[in-house]
Design a protein around this ligand. Sequence first.
Ligand code: ADP
Length: 518
Amino acid sequence: MNSLSTDDFELLLRASRILSSTLNLEELLRFVMETAAQVVKAEAASILLLDEATDELYFDVALGAAGGRVKPIRLKVGEGLAGWVAEHREPLVVNNVKDDPRWSGRGDATSDFTTRQILAVPLIAKGRLIGVVEALNHKDGTPFSSGDLRIFEAFASQAAVAIENARLFAEVMGEKEKLATVFAEMSDGAVLLDPEGKVRLINHAAGVLFGAEPSRILGRLLSELAQGFMSVPPLSMTLGRREASATVELKRLEGKVFYLSCAFNRLTASDGRPLGDLLVVRDVTEVRKEELLKRNFLSLISHKLKTPLVTIAGYAPLLLEEPSTLNDFQVKALQTIKAQGMYLSSLVDKLISFSLVESETLDLSKHPFPLKPHLEEVLLLMKSYLEGNNARVETDKSVERLPPVPMDSDRIREVLRNLIENAVKFNPADSRRVWVEGETRDGSIRVTVRDDGPGIPPEEQGRIFQKFYQIEDSFTGQVEGAGLGLALVRRIVEAHGGTTGVSSEIGKGSSFFFTLPL
Ligand code: ADP
């Protein structure tokens, strides 16, 4: 077998230069055709690409005498000479097509071209068949030689790689364009941040929400974009977070009331490298305004209801103290008024708790105070409740040693009352015990309310502080409540700069704590 000549090499080198000059698939296919005909001095060349979905070969472009007219033809793999090459992944030289039974002649039937000779080679890239390239009719009429075949094969392997690259490039560009369109057309604001928190992409909607010209903000820090807003929690904290996602609320500092909700989603490369964050921004002003109205309304009516209720609940027992002046019916009526008045009063208390938990700001009037007297006051107020439930609360000596800390006394009493009441009401035993202990550490006082109740399952411990959360009835033999007690405890303690928590073992009791900074 004779190897490629210097001329052949030069031809291939030139072909290679041409093939690598474009990533445009259509242009590339045209180059492949032109060059294919040149390398073997053929009258025409055609290229058939494989449609993997239907297992068919189709003419994408045809050149030379065949012109563009063969375009609509599709051949099944296995059909015709090109089909045979595709099926066997082997080259083929046929110097008289009429004598070859595999010849289908369909290409000629749709054009004025008469094929006499065919040199067909499979196009294979990365082991995958992508099509077949054919040279038709040697220009000088002589048969295609084995030398022609060799150079055509060498050319075909270059062409296959170039076509595959152009296709991949087109695919990537297509995906990029799709993404860019989705990003640009999103009705929500979208901002892509790099790991340093710099804006890499920002769509029109986000530009409008932040009141910034998108092109001017590219490459700048998110904090610059959100300059005119107050952020809760702070943006710097959110960017440095551990969790994959987080939500931040921004409130415009000046002008008309304007709230934005920003959902951060961390983006990570497949090798785990951080790519930054995708930020979806939404105008939530209307929602916040409605919530505020609802809260204010609730807070207003619950406080307004409280005054007449205090009167009702106060007078009914007073009247009952004079049974001699009342007939049986009146006694019964007053007893009902008293009971229902107390019930209504507890409902209103719940409403007040709810509006407190919901309120944006909790106004505290803090003064340094020791805890012990507050605890004593709470226990005194709860005396009949505790006795009625056969509950004994023991205050440890350590409580007395707690130093005074800045606190809003009314609110802290509420915290203590809630924790002690829970320790009693969720304990189904006949007699109940509660221990209150104190400790000073890490610049805070820490107060613990421990009980000998049923305990709390580990998976519930993280949820019980959420508002409206109650563990199902069957577990605690549910006592009436609204699932607001602990939410309120947490809200009040956090407003003081403290923390809350629980440790518990099923069957052994629960231990709730809260801290208050010194
Ligand atoms: P509520 O206002 O209805 O009392 P809380 O927010 O105070 O609700 O408590 C939430 C849930 O946590 C309760 O439904 C209860 O199941 C559980 N829980 C709270 N305190 C205790 C405790 N000391 N022992 C066992 N379960 C408790």
